[in-house]
Design a protein around this ligand. Structure first.
Ligand code: SIN
Ligand code: CO
Length: 390
């Protein structure tokens, strides 16, 4: 359970978001680390999880990518262990990142967790993404500057740094403090003792990212196959010429794509896909039958949303149509009379079939919740909590 103390989302968005860096001392009341350095090291041994150790032993920087097997040989001098997407693997980390739900899921990337020893850091650098960095265990000095002209260089092929910058923030962060760094602002964090940091990163897709994902989606689903037509073609004096009207026809073809309902579906589908499936343990992805799901409902089983899941749906003004929602790139449909309950299911860490509804039993295999939960469980997105006490 996390509670904001000296941090107000409304004020923050109005005054800082994408505008200027900020320090929020005591952003969290009684901050509890969602994991310790040993658990972090455990994650870094997993080949499915993106991790790295950045170390500095004068005069050279070293970067070692995970899975890390021999920590002793890699963690030399001043070193930081950095692990991406910890929110997909540790429930408490998922709970922490959900404190930032005042920003939409589709904007959120992941929770990166780092452990650094005294004097360590990854050096002064720029990130392309906005980030909140929460101070967990230990203390760390953070310097942040304004956006400007910086020429990154690579002291190691896998490490981008910049030379010194003029800090507008120079603060020591203690547990529960938080710093916000907009994309492109130079920053440098140096650990004053063993410390843990939690970076809530946001994504800002580029046009390239969008085009590439839209192209993949259209190929997968066999969409957007309309072909160019030019019945009014007249003899061309110079065959090399591509006429302005022809360019406009191509623009119109692509506008058709962007104006289609499929464009909206692709956006929702695209943003709901956090690549979580890559991290799934096949054992956690069982093959439940509808009948087994009914039995679990009857036993009052709690179903837990798996860490990292970020459902997306298109906001609708009226709820007179079924709701299409997307989880990990898969589409699901809720009939109109279930929409409100689906909204609350998608938001909650756990869900339970409402057995107090006297008319609900016996449940049919065609029941909406039975069908939905069966799909979600078999997709590894919600899982029944085992061994419930009654
Ligand atoms: C870290 O947590 O060590 C690095 C975070 C950053 O500066 O982006
Ligand atoms: Co950074």
């Amino acid at each position: 359970m996390y509670i904001f103390d000296n941090f107000d989302p409304h004020t923050f968005l109005a005054s800082h978001w994408q505008k200027r860096p900020g320090v929020f001392k005591h952003a969290f009341a009684n901050f509890i680390n969602p994991l310790d350095e040993h658990e972090l090291a455990g994650l870094a041994q997993d080949p499915r999880i993106d991790s790295r150790v950045v170390s500095y032993t004068s005069p050279a920087w070293q970067v070692t990518h995970g899975p890390i097997e021999d920590f002793e040989s890699v963690c030399q001098g001043k070193w930081s262990l950095l692990v991406q997407s910890v929110d997909q693997h540790i429930s408490e980390a998922d709970t922490l990142i959900r404190m930032f739900n005042f920003i939409p899921y589709w904007r959120l990337d992941d929770l990166m967790v780092s452990f650094s020893n005294e004097g360590a850091g990854v050096g002064p650098h720029l990130d392309q993404y906005d980030v909140f960095i929460i101070q967990g265990k230990g203390s760390r000095r953070w310097q942040v500057g304004e956006r400007g002209q910086f020429t990154p260089y690579r002291p190691h092929p896998d490490l981008s740094q910049i030379s010194d910058f003029e800090p507008v923030i120079d603060e020591v962060l203690q547990p529960g403090d938080m710093i916000y760094i907009p994309a492109g602002c130079p920053h440098n964090g140096v650990a004053l003792e063993d410390c843990m940091n939690y970076s809530v990163g946001f994504r800002a897709p580029s046009q390239q990212d969008l085009l590439s994902s839209l192209a993949d989606y259209s190929l997968d689903l066999g969409l957007f196959k309309k072909r160019y037509q030019d019945q009014g073609l007249t003899p061309r004096k110079n065959p090399s010429e591509l006429a302005p009207s022809e360019i406009n026809s191509f623009r119109a073809m692509l506008h058709d794509v962007i104006d289609s309902a499929q464009f909206e579906r692709w956006l929702s589908c695209h943003f709901s896909d956090t690549q979580l499936n890559q991290g799934y343990d096949p054992q956690h992805n069982p093959d439940y039958s509808l009948k087994e799901i009914v039995e679990l409902f009857e036993q009052g089983t709690l179903f837990e949303r798996q860490p990292g899941i970020r459902p997306i749906y298109l906001a609708k003004e009226y709820t007179t149509e079924p709701l299409e929602f997307f989880i990990e790139g898969q589409a699901y449909l809720a009939p109109t009379n279930y929409i409100d309950n689906v909204y609350s299911m998608l938001k909650s860490p756990t869900w339970q079939y409402d057995l107090t509804n006297k008319n609900a039993m016996p449940l049919s295999l065609e029941d909406f919740w039975v069908q939905l939960m069966c799909e979600l469980v078999n997709a590894g997105a919600w899982l029944p909590q085992e061994e419930m006490d009654f």
